[in-house]
Design a protein around this ligand. Structure first.
Ligand SMILES: Cc1ncc(C[n+]2csc(CCOP(=O)(O)OP(=O)(O)O)c2C)c(N)n1
Ligand SMILES: [Mg+2]
Length: 657
């Protein structure tokens, strides 16, 4: 006899209890409450094949409520993924186990995106659903025809980012996005009555979503609700009414099951309640085999899909695109052409010029902006908007949703087949920072285009002028920040960002800049992070280190210093991270022995000086702005804040004496 759906779900409950008990840490409540709903999804609806976890036309599943990580570990194990093994699960939350506290996409195949910071999985899922529709428009139903399923909790639906994600998904009519809401009325502090009284269903409906509700503890009813959601053309929210910690007789329905082990006595009581008379981590044969067959459901679909791919005549192109391969053949001809008449443009404009070449050469790019298209210069001429009636478009009007945009771009990148880039003002990187960080942690190839990168934006004043932002972004591991100095550097930085498999951020000016790279170079000079733009003519006494718009100031200063017989190098440093990654010999060549007081190192960047000691040494000079900016024309502000060669020269001379 086939085990019931409830018995299959109880295997999830048992594994969740046992793993959290063994680790003495973790969240048993959510997996126990959503076990029946997840069983419905994974045994009847989700299209996947554990034998080929990366099959491009699989459905995507995102556990936005990442604290319930044991739910996905149990599902992957039971349905037959190679990992996690039962040993991995026994080592839940221990060093070296892929079963980390929260699901990590780089630890286990089957985890599509890293979750844990509530709401961001939901945001990423919106991006996956966008990528699916776009690729469907490009390659057709035969090759791209799948859905994105999400499990979200009360927390995910309270976080502000979900408002942005819900609005965007409703607007784009992402009918293949289906969210199961774990409506258990509990969060960490206790009842949701403590902090929420909104009508969640009405909110989603108002944003153009289809909504339905069901008993989340009845797998059959969840299944019916999923069928209804699949049939509806709109994105769907399924309100699954559940009980947190279901099965633990004395603790279920309370926050006590949320974030701590149930305790030995309660686990015994729960086993009795659930009729699960087995030692920890043991799965009965009938249950194991039923779960395995559920996991094997997708094998035929996958085989059929591979046959269609082979017959499509597009196999090589499709595979290269899904692998994220990116041809930088546009770069050399573009730079050659720039050098025929180096333009005096803002780097945001230079970025747009580079994008004209990039978007023509690389069909995978999908641009966008959080309502600053004309300022971020992110839309190139041939780009059509990506809309609900033209998913084939390549430009997304994200609206004023910086966080939602960044989270969605992570999901687009992790879906694969598209390379998202999106713009806002650098100062508003604070609004998207949580998603920039999560994208860096999880290796999402996203390019953040951040313009208006200093006081140089002028009249909008201190609310809009970044000060601490560049350094605050550089310290995020796994993110490469670029601040190019002119059109040539901007193109080089774009090429580096496109060639990387991790996220990048381009900080670009509003104001026009003088070209500093006017001669052809043999290689991409920005690739080393910092390079000698001008070498000392007289005996070297000074090294000027500058980024972006301040490189031209450094060149002016160098001319004045050389006139005084003080040999001066100018080092352009578009990326501190890439410079740090160079070998010791190269770093030593550019910045010889930092303790050598014979040579004065001076950093110039129109932002915080914090952190520049790393390159100037404590005895060096750091020119920057350690306070908020002001509202005035850019030229006046550069004077006011002492960022001119006239103001800096005396400081250098004083230091040298
Ligand atoms: C952005 C963010 N803030 C706070 C937390 C800490 N946290 C983890 S779970 C949780 C409660 C979530 O409640 P709910 O989504 O209802 O989950 P349930 O308790 O029902 O499992 C909180 C506050 C987090 N993970 N992410
Ligand atoms: Mg809850």
């Amino acid at each position: 006899m086939q085990p019931t759906q409830r018995r299959l779900a109880n295997a999830i409950r048992a594994l969740a209890m046992d793993a959290v008990e063994a680790a003495n840490s973790g969240h048993p409540g959510m997996p126990m409450g959503m076990a029946d709903a997840a069983t419905a999804l994974f045994t009847k609806h989700l299209k996947f094949d554990p034998a080929d976890p990366h099959w491009p036309d699989r459905d995507r599943f995102v556990l936005s409520a990442g604290h319930g990580s044991m739910l996905i570990y149990a599902l992957l194990h039971l349905t037959g993924y190679a990992r996690p093994t039962i040993e991995d699960i026994k080592n839940f939350r221990q060093l070296g186990s892929p079963c980390a506290g929260h699901p990590e996409n780089f630890e286990l195949a089957g985890i599509e995106t890293t979750t844990g910071p509530l709401g961001q999985g939901f945001g990423a899922a919106v991006g996956m659903a966008v990528a699916e529709r776009h690729l469907n428009a490009v390659y057709g139903d035969d090759l791209v025809d799948h859905r994105t399923f999400v499990i979200a909790g009360d927390g995910c639906l309270m976080e502000g980012v979900n408002h942005e994600a819900v609005g965007l998904a409703g607007h784009l009519k992402l009918g293949r996005l289906i969210v199961l809401w774990d409506d258990n009325k509990i969060t960490i502090d206790g009842s949701t009555d403590l902090s929420r009284n909104e009508d969640v269903i009405a909110r989603f409906a108002a944003c153009g979503w289809h909504t339905t509700e069901c008993d989340g503890l009845d797998s059959g009813k969840v299944s019916k609700a999923i069928d209804e959601a699949v049939a509806d053309m709109r994105p769907s929210l399924i309100r699954c009414k559940t009980i947190i910690g279901y099965g633990a007789p004395n603790k279920q329905g309370t926050a006590a099951t949320h974030g701590a082990a149930l305790g030995a006595d309660e686990v015994v009581a729960a086993r009795k309640e659930l009729g699960w008379n087995l030692p920890p981590f043991e799965i009965p044969a009938d249950v194991a085999s039923a779960w395995r067959s559920a996991g094997a459901r997708g094998a035929k679909d996958r085989a059929d899909w591979h046959r269609r791919l082979a017959a499509s005549g597009k196999q090589a192109e499709f595979e290269a695109r899904m692998a994220g391969q990116c041809d930088n053949g546009w770069l050399k001809p573009y730079i050659d052409q720039l050098l025929t008449d180096p333009p005096k443009v803002a780097t945001r404009k230079a970025s747009e010029m580079a994008l004209e070449a990039i978007n023509a050469a690389i069909p995978a790019t999908i641009g966008g902006s959080a309502d600053l298209t004309g300022s971020n210069n992110t839309k190139t001429k041939a780009m059509q908007p990506l809309t609900h009636d033209n998913y084939g478009g390549r430009y997304i009007y994200y609206g004023i949703r910086e966080f939602g945009m960044a989270a969605a771009m992570n999901g687009m990148a992790q879906h694969g087949g598209v390379i998202p880039y999106g713009g806002t003002f650098l100062v508003f990187s604070d609004y998207s920072r949580p998603a920039i960080r999560l994208g860096a942690l999880s290796g999402a190839k996203v390019i953040h285009v951040m313009t208006h990168d200093s006081i140089g934006l002028g009249e909008d004043g201190p609310t809009h002028q970044p000060i601490e932002h560049l350094q605050a972004l550089r310290v995020i591991p796994g993110l490469t920040v670029y601040r190019p100095a002119d059109a040539v550097e901007t193109a080089e930085c774009w090429a580096l960002a496109l060639a990387d498999d991790k996220p990048s951020l381009l900080a670009l000016t509003r104001q026009n800049l003088r070209p500093v790279r006017t001669n052809a170079a043999k290689a991409n000079l920005c690739a080393r992070g910092a390079y000698r733009l001008k070498a000392a003519e007289a005996e070297r006494k000074v090294i000027l280190l500058a980024t972006g718009s301040e490189v031209e100031i450094a060149l002016d200063l160098a001319a004045e210093l050389e006139a005084k017989d003080l040999g001066t190098d100018v080092v352009s440093m578009p990326s501190t991270e890439l410079f740090d990654a160079q070998d010791a010999a190269y770093r030593e060549d550019i910045l010889p022995d930092v303790s050598n007081k014979q040579i004065l190192r001076v950093s110039i960047e129109a932002g915080t000086t914090h952190g520049w000691e790393r390159y100037t040494g404590l005895h060096g000079l750091r020119i920057g702005i350690d306070r908020f900016g002001a509202s005035a024309p850019a030229q006046d502000l550069y004077k006011h804040f002492g960022l001119t060669s006239e103001a800096i020269l005396p400081k250098i001379l004083e230091k040298l004496n």
